[in-house]
Design a protein around this ligand. Sequence first.
Ligand SMILES: [Zn+2]
Length: 196
Amino acid sequence: MVSKHYGESWCQKHLADQWLFQLQEKVDADLTEKARSKGCLLCGGRLHRSDYGRKSRGGPQWDVRFSLCCAREGCRRRHTPPSVRFMGRRVYAGLVVVLVSAMVHGLKPERVRMLRETLGIDRRTVERWRQWWLGVFPESSFWREARARFMPPLCLKTMPLSLCESFEVERRDRLLDLLKFLAPITTPTAWKELVM
Ligand SMILES: [Zn+2]
């Protein structure tokens, strides 16, 4: 049985952790470098950095999404690598979406409301996230492949709290691991399948 205050302290700690935000930026830079070294997936051309403006709400103040562009004339295809900061087209940082959505299952509604208001998140937004985690995410091809690594199977009714518990995200490095685990779904291409 999960306590009704479960996770409140680590949730708030992570959401104010400047060091964590810096680590996330570094991980994103590494993911971008890794994608760049592979070259253009379409024509094999060289990729160069072509970042674009993207603001994150709800915690960390990021304003650039790292991205790449094929340098070859006639291709110029954009390749936006996975991210541990941005989640598809969501305006809130990925970690805000994960942690606040988890708290919907970990806290009493009153505490969730306080958390929401502190971060300036609309009630309907959190409700949409909840439906996404319970409906869209478990049906995604990403999850259908990834779920096998969780033994015993995770409780789908308390997603993403069950995911957070499994990764033991009280620790900063474990939260980062969870965000890395989710990174493949954050690219514009992968995200298309995950839009509600
Ligand atoms: Zn190309």
